[in-house]
Design a protein around this ligand. Structure first.
Ligand code: NAI
Length: 315
């Protein structure tokens, strides 16, 4: 029998995890406090997995039907934890709610299961404080949409056992995700710290009238972002001179000069938010239909780039 994974919460992220684990051949149980959410999740996953198979984008070596047969719903938490070697919590981003869920799981799990949270920004020390099974607890933060963006940030609690991190790392690799180890917890983990640094400077540049909102986005989508899909900022430095030492020698002083001119943290309100909102709405009106259509287009682009990346020779 295939090894079993339990997802607690069957919303957007729980469904994505379910598809990823099934693509890796794992038996998946989807638990939720709302029976209707489980029903909707199973229907939605069936549709998506079938569509992915038809477009040739289904992950893993199993057929759509084989993957779907691995996923079941369960509305009894005692039954749900039975046989699970990995539990991935995917309930809403609310510290009190997540702590309640972990306290409940802590009372019924065995000593050899990994208890993992999908939280985007709550710290492991807040989430797992005082749990009996704290050594088995970790944050595994996916990026939306996880089926096309493989990064997973692994963030341990100070008391998490190294074996828990290693097991989760291996599991993520097994389902085709790209795990990174965040060695110590920090607000925003790594991805959101980088993202917020970019957003912050983007905002200031528009606020100061240096560039229009649309041109700002073009700088990323037609400029920086293209190479960042393949190499990160540090390797970019290494390649843009005769290695990292040469880059820092050549450009260190000018980088510091520019960095000293950066302004304070933006308020994200007032006239600038109005200006950016208007510009965004010309491109994508903010009603549910237009937003959904644009997200679908974005996901198709991400799917194509994921395919391209998998076909590129690795060096
Ligand atoms: P969602 O709102 O789509 O789904 C949450 C699900 O949890 C719902 O089905 C709800 O019925 C269920 N739930 C509520 N209380 C529960 C309980 N006590 N036990 C079991 N199930 C319960 O939320 P979403 O977007 O899937 O987010 C889940 C987690 O993933 C959050 O911590 C979020 O920060 C994180 N995350 C979300 C991303 C996103 O882009 N949506 C990206 C990365 C992480």
């Amino acid at each position: 029998m295939a090894t079993s994974v339990l997802l607690v919460g069957s919303g957007l992220i729980g469904r994505s995890w379910a598809m990823l684990f099934a693509s890796g051949g794992f038996r998946v149980k989807l638990f939720d406090i709302e029976q209707q959410q489980i029903t909707n999740a199973l229907e939605n996953i069936r549709k998506e997995v079938k569509a992915l198979e038809q477009s040739g984008s289904l992950k893993g070596s199993l057929s759509a039907e084989q993957q779907l047969s691995l996923i079941t719903g369960c509305s009894n938490i005692q039954e749900a934890v039975e046989g699970a070697m990995h539990i991935q919590e995917c309930v809403p981003e609310d510290l009190a709610l997540k702590k309640k869920v972990f306290a409940q799981l802590d009372g019924i799990i065995s000593d050899d299961v990994v208890l993992s949270s999908s939280t985007s920004c709550l710290l492991p020390s807040q989430l797992f404080a005082g749990l009996v099974h704290v050594k088995q607890c970790i944050v595994a933060h996916p990026v939306n949409p996880p089926y096309y963006v493989p990064l997973v940030e692994l963030v341990p609690h100070p008391e998490t056992a190294p074996a828990t991190v290693d097991r989760t790392h291996a599991l993520m690799q097994k389902i085709g995700q790209s795990p990174v180890r965040v060695l110590r917890e920090v607000d925003g983990f790594v991805l959101n710290r980088l993202q917020y640094a970019v957003i912050s400077e983007a905002w200031r540049l528009v606020q100061e009238g240096i560039v229009s909102p649309n041109d700002l986005d073009l700088v990323m989508s037609h400029g920086l972002g293209l190479r960042y899909a393949f190499i990160g900022p540090l390797e970019t430095m290494h390649l843009n001179a005769e290695g990292m030492l040469s880059y820092c020698n050549r450009y260190g002083e000018s980088m510091k000069h520019v960095l000293k001119t950066f302004g304070p943290i933006p308020e994200f309100s007032g006239a600038t938010v109005e200006k950016i909102h208007q510009a965004m709405c010309v491109k994508v009106p903010d009603d549910p239909e237009h937003l959904a259509a644009r997200r679908q287009w974005r996901d198709q682009c991400l799917m194509s780039i994921a395919k391209l990346k998998s076909q590129m020779p690795s060096q």
